[in-house]
Structures are given as structure tokens and as C-alpha cells.
Design a protein around this ligand. Structure first.
Ligand SMILES: [Zn+2]
Length: 414
């Protein structure tokens, strides 16, 4: 399960600014119903009509019942929400009520190893990964774009105490908290262009998938990046998590291939790439100078196929429909494992059939969620079905790990 931890105000501003390059006001007014072009390559989109029957969820885990649209670009193969005037309005509505990590009382969601149950906050995993790369000097300057409540800054500062860190947000609601983090020099409020300084590392964690024109946005970062500076990007991995398409405010659903392609087209070269440091996320470091053969983006044998992507996304949609159907045919009341994206989505689809949630995150256990209690596995009702809305292989591992609690686990169909 994943959850976004970016600052919504920055992303809202980015969405607003970058959308101007996608849809001019006159275009929107003239042709509001026409499908948008691909926001990566301007190519033609193939809409997947079966998606519209699924309910959605916001990236801060709120049920979202608007009819969604999903498409695959016939040219570049990017899976995306068409960036239309309607989508932009929906996103504005979503961000206006945004809450980060509400289920955990503002504490970052931990990431569980589904085999061992071991947990570590996502930000700490990213910093550990950075340490393993061994590419950052002992001192430097960092900019965290859309820093939210500063969880990444806190984790980074603990391991790189001599770095100077700048936080970026559009409002000051977390100013005192963020500026109290050791190593943070200031919270910058406003556009990044007004920073008038350059950085050694620019961080975009769970931001790029929200931005309607990611290539233009990444290119714009060159003006505030030192010549040998790096950008750190983390986005959800569509191939590892079919649930990502359900997130209404994610307009780009990256795979390894399409993320590397976007980075390439943005005049950056991928420097280090990682698909496992945080489960179901893609993480990379990129720089402007050319380092041939260090990354898959330079591997010309890595051919994409828009058609095979389309088939795979249609299969994702069909599988998600099966999960809802499975829940609808399971006896009531029932429970749902997890309290994040997929659990929220399924709970909303099943409505009042759901009477409890089960979570292993101690920050969430004992709280209420969507009007139902959150139990630890050991305290969950043993006579009621527990749906596990995770990828089938992961759900199987979870159910095996929880076997000694004798819960009525139900794994999604294949
Ligand atoms: Zn395209």
C-alpha cells in the first residue's frame, strides 16, 4: 500500500501553471468535451471505457465517486488521465480538502515487508537507498519540492547532517514544524523560480505523477540545479500496483519504461534507478551530464509497446472489477485489510457491508476509519471475512503471515 506525502499546495500550483501549457483557456472554452492529447508527447489517446465503472480514491485516501477517464497514448504508451478542464477542476477540488496521513494522525505511513512484517517509514527507506548509492558528498544543498510536513527532510537531515536543506511549499501552515527540523534553513513559499539560488539535489517525492506536463516541469528545474546537481524522483510503479490507476489526482501512471523515457526527454540522464527500495515505487537519481550505459534509459533494446501496455491496463481494470464483485458476493458484515489507497477504494465500493479494518501500523490501530474501527490482526473478528485488496501474490503472502491469527482471509482472484 502506498500513500502520497507531498505538499498539496505546491502541487496545486504546479498543476495550475503547467496546465497552461497543455490547454490554453481558449482551447478549453472551444472544445471542452474533446479528449486531450497525450500530455507527454501530444500523441493520440486511446480511452479505456471500462475504467468508468470503477469508483476512485484521492491520493490522500478519500473515496472519490466521480466518473473517471483513463487512456493510453497510442504513440508513447503512457497510461494517463486525460488532462481536461474537468480533470483540472476535480483536482482543484481534491487538493482544497487535502489531508496528509490522516489515518495515522499525521504520522508517515510505514512500509511493510509483506514476508516478514518488518516496517520502516518510506522516507527512511529512500535515505537508506541514497546512502547505498554513495553518490552524495558530505555537504551540499537540497531543495525538497512539495515537502508536506517535512518527513523526508527529517530523515535526510538525520543521515546527512552537514547538508543545508530548503523546503518548498506554497503556504506556511507547517512553517514552524519544518523550520525546526535540523538542517532546514528555511521554508520557501512561492514559485521555485523565485528562489534565485541553485541546489545540489532537488527532491520530487510523489509529485511528478500529479503534474500535467512532467517534461516541461523537469526541464524548468535546470535553472535551479547546480551543473553537477542531481534530481531525486519517486513515483508509484504502475506495473507493481494496479491500484494506482484508481487515484483520481494522478494524471500520469508511470512504469519503469515510461518514467525513464520522460526523464530522457527532459534532458536528464538517469544515474541510478531502483524499483525495490520502497515496494511498489520507482526511485531514481538523474543528472544533466551524460553518463552512457549506466542506466536502462540508454538501452535501445528496451522497446516499448503501447498496445501491450493497453492490454495490460485493460487486464488491471478487469481484475479490479473482479475484486469488487468478490466483495459484493462475500457475506456481510466483513472487514478489509489495510487503510490506504486500495482499502479505501474497496470500502467505498462495498459501502455498508464493511464493518471493520485491520492494519499492522501501530499509528493506525485503535483509530476509526470511514466510520469503522481499525483493529490489530490479533484483535480482528475471527468469524467474519477479511478481504485483502492487494496484488494477489502480496495478499497471499500477507494471509500466510497472518495464518496464526485464524482470520477468514479472502485473497483477490488471479
Ligand atoms: Zn504520448
Amino acid at each position: 500500500m502506498k500513500m502520497s506525502g507531498f505538499g498539496y499546495t505546491s502541487i496545486l500550483a504546479i498543476v495550475a501553471i503547467m496546465s497552461l501549457s497543455i490547454l490554453s483557456e481558449s482551447e478549453v472554452l472551444k472544445q471542452p468535451q474533446l479528449p486531450a492529447a497525450c500530455h507527454i508527447c501530444k500523441g493520440q489517446l486511446n480511452e479505456l471505457s471500462s475504467f468508468s465503472v470503477l469508483n476512485q480514491v484521492t491520493s490522500d485516501c478519500r473515496p472519490w465517486f466521480r466518473i473517471g477517464r483513463l487512456a493510453v497514448c497510442k504513440d508513447c504508451g503512457m497510461v494517463q488521465k486525460p488532462v481536461t478542464e474537468e480533470w483540472l477542476q476535480e483536482v482543484e477540488e481534491i487538493y482544497s480538502g487535502y489531508a496528509v496521513y490522516e489515518q495515522g494522525g499525521g504520522v508517515e505511513q510505514v512500509s511493510f515487508d509483506q514476508n516478514t512484517g518488518a516496517s520502516l517509514a518510506r522516507s527512511e527507506k529512500i535515505v537508506d537507498w541514497l546512502l547505498r548509492q554513495g553518490v552524495l558528498p558530505n555537504t551540499g544543498s537540497l531543495l525538497d519540492i512539495g515537502c508536506g510536513n517535512g518527513v523526508f527532510l527529517r530523515a535526510f537531515g538525520a543521515k546527512y547532517p552537514s547538508w543545508q536543506m530548503t523546503a518548498s511549499e506554497l503556504d506556511t501552515r507547517n512553517k514552524v514544524l519544518i523550520e525546526s527540523i535540523p538542517g532546514v534553513t528555511k521554508l520557501h513559499v512561492g514559485s521555485i523560480e523565485s528562489l534565485k539560488t541553485r541546489f545540489d539535489l532537488i527532491v520530487l517525492i510523489h509529485a511528478l505523477e500529479h503534474i500535467p506536463s512532467p517534461i516541461d516541469y523537469l526541464k524548468s528545474l535546470s535553472s535551479i540545479l547546480n551543473p553537477n546537481g542531481l534530481i531525486l524522483i519517486q513515483v508509484p510503479d504502475l506495473e507493481a500496483s494496479p491500484f494506482d490507476i484508481l487515484i483520481a489526482d494522478h494524471c500520469t501512471h508511470f512504469s519503469s519504461e515510461t518514467l525513464l523515457s520522460v526523464v530522457d526527454k527532459s534532458d536528464f540522464d538517469c544515474f541510478r534507478f531502483e524499483a525495490v527500495c520502497v515496494p511498489k515505487e520507482l526511485t531514481l537519481l538523474a543528472k544533466r551530464s551524460i553518463l552512457p550505459d549506466e542506466c536502462a534509459s540508454t538501452d535501445h533494446s528496451f522497446q516499448h509497446s503501447a498496445l501491450s501496455t493497453q492490454h495490460s491496463v485493460i487486464a488491471h481494470i478487469a481484475w479490479l472489477q473482479k475484486i469488487v464483485q468478490q466483495g459484493k458476493t462475500t457475506s456481510s458484515p466483513l472487514g478489509i485489510f489495510g487503510t490506504s489507497i486500495s482499502a479505501t477504494w474497496l470500502a467505498a465500493a462495498l459501502g455498508n457491508k464493511v464493518s471493520f479494518f485491520v492494519d499492522e501500523d501501530s499509528n493506525r490501530i485503535g483509530r476509526g476509519y470511514l466510520g469503522c474501527p481499525i483493529y490489530a490482526p490479533k484483535d480482528a473478528p475471527k468469524d467474519l471475512a477479511l478481504l485483502i485488496p492487494l496484488r494477489t501474490d502480496i495478499a497471499t503472502a500477507v494471509s500466510q503471515r497472518l495464518a496464526h491469527f485464524n482470520l477468514q482471509c479472502i485473497i483477490p482472484p488471479l
